[in-house]
Design a binder for this molecule. Structure first.
Ligand code: GLN
Length: 485
C-alpha cells in the first residue's frame, strides 16, 4: 500500500479492499516509528486523524465521496487548520492553535475528504532552501540522512519520500515546492499565481506565495491540484475562473509539442551530473515527438537579486503582525510597550527571519525605496516580458530545477548567498506568476535524485502536467524509492 499511487489508493478504498481508518493507521504507525529520526512531522494528533478517517469511510459507504476521499496527506505547517497547532516553523507561533481553516485545508479535508496525518516541518516562515532555519530542527533527506531535504517545504518532501504520507501540501514563494521535490525525488507543482487561494496560509511574500501539491507523480499532482484550486472570495488575489480538471489531458501525445530551452539556464553554475540528466531527459522528449527550440530569458540573471528585495520587503510588512499583542510569543518580562515589542520579536524570530525583516525594512525606507524596491519591481516586469516573448516560440519551457542535488546538512547554512542560489532556476517563475513543476529525471553517482523543471504559460497547468506525465510513463524515475522504504 505504501507504494500505491493516489489513483490506486482511491480504487482500493472504493472497492473496500482497505478502509480509510486502516490506511490512516498504517501511516500513523510509520510516523511513530520513523519520524523521530527524520523530523518531518512537527505535530501529530492520531485521534484527530482517525476521527477524520471514520468520517471519510462513512462518506465512501454513503456513496458521497470524491476520488481523494479517505486518502491521508501531510499538511505543511504554514496552513491554519482549526484546532491544530500551526507554527510556520517558528518559535513565534510555538503555542498558536489556529482558530479557523485555510481554504486549502477546507478544500482538501472537508470538500475532497482527505485525512490530515499532521503538520510537517518547514523553514521558519518559509524562508530557506534546506529546512535548516526551522525552530523545530533540521529534517533528514530520506535518500541520504546526512543531507538536507531542500526547503522550505522540506518536511512535506521528506514525509512523502519516506512514505510517511502518500502526498503533501506545500507552498512556493521562490522554489519551495519544486526544489525540495527535486532534492527528494518527487513531483511537485506551483500553480499560476491566483489559482490556489492564499486565505489562511501564513503570508511570507504575498505577491509570490502559492500553494501546491508534492507527490510521487504528475498524475497524483493533477488529482490534488484539482481539489486545491478554485476561486475564493476570501483572497483578493484569487482568480475567478471556471473549475478545472487538471487530469483531463493526461495521456495525450506530445507530437508537435514545442519545448523551449532557455540558454541562460544551460550555462555555467550547474552541476555536470545534473546537466547530463537534464540533457538525457530532453533527448527522451524528442523521442516522444516533441521538438526543441532555443529561447532567451535575458534578464533571468537578475531574478535572485530582484527576489531578495521584493520578498523581504513584503515579509517585513507581513511579519509586523507578530508583535506579541494578540497572539504568538510574548516576552515574559518587559518594561514599556516598545520594550515588549522588541523583546517578543527578538526572542520569537530566528536569524534568517530577522535578516529578511531588516533587509525588507531597509529597501522600503525613505531614500532607498527608489534605488532598490522600485528597481526590483522594474526587473520583475522585464522578467515577465522575457517569458512572454519565449512563449511565442514554445509551449513549455524546460530546465534543471536546482543546480545541485541534495547538499550536506550545515554545508550552506553559514553562507546565505550560496543558499539563495539554490533557487536560481525557480525564482523567475514566481516573479512572473507562471506555473512551474519539478519531476525526477535521474540520479547522480551518489544515488541522489535529480529534478527537471517544466514551466508553463499562464493557466497551462493541465498541459504542463500532461508533458510531465508522458515522460513519467516512458521512464519511471518517479517510481524509485530510497532504501528502507
Ligand atoms: N528559498 C527561497 C527563500 O528562502 C524560497 C522560499 C520559498 O519558496 N518559500 O526565500
Amino acid at each position: 500500500m505504501i507504494y500505491a499511487s493516489l489513483k490506486e489508493l482511491s480504487a482500493a478504498l472504493a472497492a473496500r479492499k482497505i478502509s480509510s481508518v486502516e490506511l490512516t493507521r498504517l501511516y500513523l504507525e510509520r510516523i511513530e516509528r520513523l519520524n523521530p529520526a527524520l523530523n518531518a512531522f512537527i505535530t501529530v494528533d492520531a485521534e484527530k486523524s482517525v476521527a477524520a478517517a471514520r468520517i471519510a469511510d462513512a462518506r465512501i459507504a454513503a456513496g458521497n465521496s470524491t476520488p481523494l476521499t479517505g486518502i491521508p496527506l501531510a499538511q505543511k505547517d504554514i496552513f491554519c487548520a482549526k484546532g491544530w497547532r500551526t507554527t510556520c516553523g517558528s518559535k513565534m507561533l510555538e503555542t498558536f492553535i489556529a482558530p479557523y481553516d485555510a481554504t486549502v485545508i477546507v478544500k482538501l479535508e472537508q470538500d475532497a475528504g482527505m485525512v490530515s496525518l499532521g503538520k510537517v516541518n518547514m523553514d521558519e516562515f518559509a524562508m530557506g532552501s534546506s529546512n535548516e532555519t526551522s525552530y523545530y530542527g533540521a529534517v533528514q533527506n530520506p535518500w541520504d540522512k546526512t543531507r538536507v531535504p531542500g526547503g522550505s517545504s522540506g518536511g512535506s518532501a521528506a514525509a512523502v519520500a519516506a512514505a510517511l504520507a502518500p502526498a503533501a501540501s506545500g507552498t512556493d514563494t521562490g522554489g519551495s515546492i519544486r526544489q525540495p521535490a527535486a532534492l527528494c525525488g518527487l513531483t511537485g507543482l506551483k500553480p499560476t499565481y491566483g489559482v490556489v487561494s492564499r486565505y489562511g496560509m501564513i503570508a511570507f511574500a504575498s505577491s509570490l506565495d502559492q500553494a501546491g501539491p508534492i507527490a510521487h507523480s504528475a498524475e497524483d499532482c493533477a488529482l490534488l491540484l484539482t481539489a486545491m484550486a478554485g476561486f475564493d472570495e476570501k483572497d483578493s488575489t484569487s482568480l475567478e475562473r471556471p473549475q478545472e480538471d487538471y487530469a483531463r489531458t493526461l495521456g495525450q501525445s506530445l507530437k508537435g509539442l514545442k519545448i523551449g530551452l532557455p540558454q541562460e539556464f544551460f550555462g555555467d553554475g550547474c552541476d555536470a551530473e545534473v546537466m547530463a540528466a537534464v540533457r538525457a531527459a530532453i533527448h527522451e522528449y524528442e523521442k516522444l515527438g516533441a521538438t526543441i527550440v532555443e529561447v532567451k530569458l535575458p534578464n533571468s540573471h537578475l531574478s535572485v537579486p530582484a527576489y531578495y528585495v521584493i520578498a523581504p520587503a513584503e515579509a517585513s510588512s507581513n511579519l509586523s503582525r507578530f508583535d506579541g499583542v494578540r497572539y504568538g510569543h510574548r516576552a515574559a518580562e518587559y518594561g514599556d510597550l516598545n520594550d515588549m515589542y522588541r523583546k517578543s520579536r527578538a526572542q520569537g524570530f530566528g536569524a534568517e527571519v530577522k535578516r529578511r525583516i531588516l533587509i525588507g525594512a531597509y529597501v522600503l525606507s525613505h531614500g532607498y525605496y527608489d534605488a532598490y524596491y522600485l528597481q526590483a519591481q522594474r526587473i520583475r516586469r522585464l522578467i515577465a516580458n522575457d517569458f512572454a516573448e519565449a512563449f511565442k516560440q514554445c509551449d513549455v519551457i524546460l530546465s534543471p530545477t536546482s543546480p545541485t542535488t541534495a547538499f550536506k546538512q550545515g554545508e550552506k547554512a553559514a553562507d546565505p548567498v550560496q543558499m539563495y542560489l539554490s533557487d536560481i532556476y525557480t525564482i523567475a517563475v514566481n516573479l512572473a506568476g507562471l506555473p512551474g513543476m519539478s519531476l525526477p529525471c535521474g540520479f547522480d553517482q551518489q544515488g541522489l535524485p535529480i529534478g527537471l523543471q517544466l514551466i508553463g504559460n499562464y493557466f497551462e497547468e493541465a498541459s504542463m502536467l500532461a508533458t510531465a506525465h508522458a515522460y513519467q510513463q516512458a521512464t519511471g524515475w518517479h517510481q524509485r524509492r530510497p532504501d528502507g522504504v
